[in-house]
Design a protein around this ligand. Sequence first.
Ligand code: 8IG
Length: 296
Amino acid sequence: MTASTASTTAPYQLVRDAAAAIAEASGVESHDLALVLGSGWAGAADLLGETVWQAEATSIPGFRPPAVAGHVGMLRSVRVEGTGARALVLGARTHFYEGAGVDAVVHGVRTAAATGARTLVLTNGCGGIDPSWRPGTPVLIRDQINFTGATPLVGANFVDLTDLYTPALRKIAKQVDPSLDEGVYMQFSGPTYETPAEVQMAKVIGAHLVGMSTALEAIAAREAGLDVLGISLVTNLAAGVSGEALSHEEVLEAGREAGPRISRLLAETVRRITAAGDGGAADAAASAEATEGGEA
Ligand code: 8IG
């Protein structure tokens, strides 16, 4: 890892400033786990536990206002119900298609790591290529294809991505909801949705889910040493799969419909991850083994 070079560059200084500002404003010295809430997931963190602090993200260094007008991006510090662990909830993200650069896209993730988080839960709304996934279906991300042509890493920084999405964390999510499927998420640069031909290409090269986020963030998380759990909410069938046109209204409706299910999934998964210890995957894996056969 090239932390010695990376940590002296401007984006990393901004990250340290952001983490210090969050600690100061929230009174929470360090966090154990962080979550990024994507399209359709806005209310999904409401069952996690007690919110002990919240603020507009733009009050913290490096966080940009959300691209969608009338939408305020909030940061929250939550005490996880049942375990007392500290969760940092990032209520909005900066997308690659905003053109602010990759450092802006991954600022929240790097800040989460700098607040002490060991585990990151990335959520998103996306298009599904498998027609059996009706809009409103949550799917675990097993692996990814970064099709943006960009990366948050600079220099000879050869981060291993073999287990980019931590298997032990997926296992815990499946114990919470045994009906969860897994898929490969492909990040396009956006902001257009794909053409039907692009969706066919995605399918041929091994993708099951198409979206405009998450992959770059997962890479930055891995560089920062975080364990990553990714959950996509299929809010629409990808272009050309159903023959219907894509609509933003459909996306919103799928999110509303899936709300109760994904809220319970998120809360119970986070509770189990943090129950084992400090939120690291080794503890999570141990707890998954310990409960094996008992509940799932
Ligand atoms: I919500 O079908 C949502 N986000 N690229 N394709 C891409 N991003 C998305 C889609 C989709 N649905």
